[in-house]
Ligand binder design. Sequence first.
Ligand code: ADE
Ligand code: ZN
Length: 338
Amino acid sequence: MDQTTDLDNAVSLEWIRAIPKAELHIHLLGAIRPRTALELARRHRVEFPVDSLEFWTPFFCTGNLAQFVERFILLFPLLREKEDFERVGREVFEDLHADGIRSVEPRITLTSHLLRGVSEEAIGEGLAAAACYAHETLGMKVRWIVDFPRILGLQVGRLALEAAIRGIAWGVAGFDIAGYEGPGEDDPAYCAIFARAREAGLHLTAHAGETGPPEHIRIAINEWGVERIGHGIQASRDSDLAEELASRKIPLEICPTSNIALGAVPDIYSHPLETFRQQGLRITINSDDPSLFGTTLSREYLIAAAAFGWDRETVLKIIEEGWLAAFPPHDLYKQSEC
Ligand code: ADE
Ligand code: ZN
């Protein structure tokens, strides 16, 4: 390859940013502007352990998922009013738009706000207003995914499901289980929750095999019937499972920096995503909690491209995979009502 061709084919941050991308795995609060978080903490008189921007990402890059989740939940009390949800949503969409994202499925842990006494109307109206702004002013598609933390158990899972179904009216399209993967995953009651979500027309994904065993991925695809897997990187420990994911074309929502920041892999070179890609699994690249880990979606593509020597064609194929794996809006939702 001569030098001109080499340069023509270079994968740079600017080049990735300019391509319209779909973000499938991002937590709304994991994308909050740090300055906004600190301001909301002051306004609502919430004691937050970080009071200076320089300590923001070090506080969240714990090298350990369980400890990270303990810190992540400190973000929930920062949003109390409709205006908080709208502001955080708008700012996140502006930041994602600047990074070239044109379709996003932000995860929101409704129950963690509801159980603190925030009204469902405040959340729904605030987030719907932010999504309308993204749609009308920024030209972005927004489909909300409601998640629930497995650590809070089945009762909270059922509450989340009912709130998600009511949320279809303001743009909820998907349902997810998140948090630390502890024991008890095989409780059949989870199947009933996911079955009811599917019957209600919600699309299903699950954080599984992030740090938990391959068996969690099996349960998610075979018993819960999820369409995509959040992370799924522990499938690298089970070749039969990796083959099954490939043959059933189940997309994996891969979040490289998150996996490194939370100690799931030691570095990008040890990340299984390139092996998965070569084995024919459907790989999508995502940012998970970009503000907390100091990253962006374009940077995630760049890091993987640099580590694995991807050319532009390879990057474009993975970006295309993100678009193909994106959830459509719920049949009953009309964005035209913005
Ligand atoms: N909530 C926010 N980020 C998460 C992650 N990486 N895994 C599980 N739950 C989360
Ligand atoms: Zn996540």
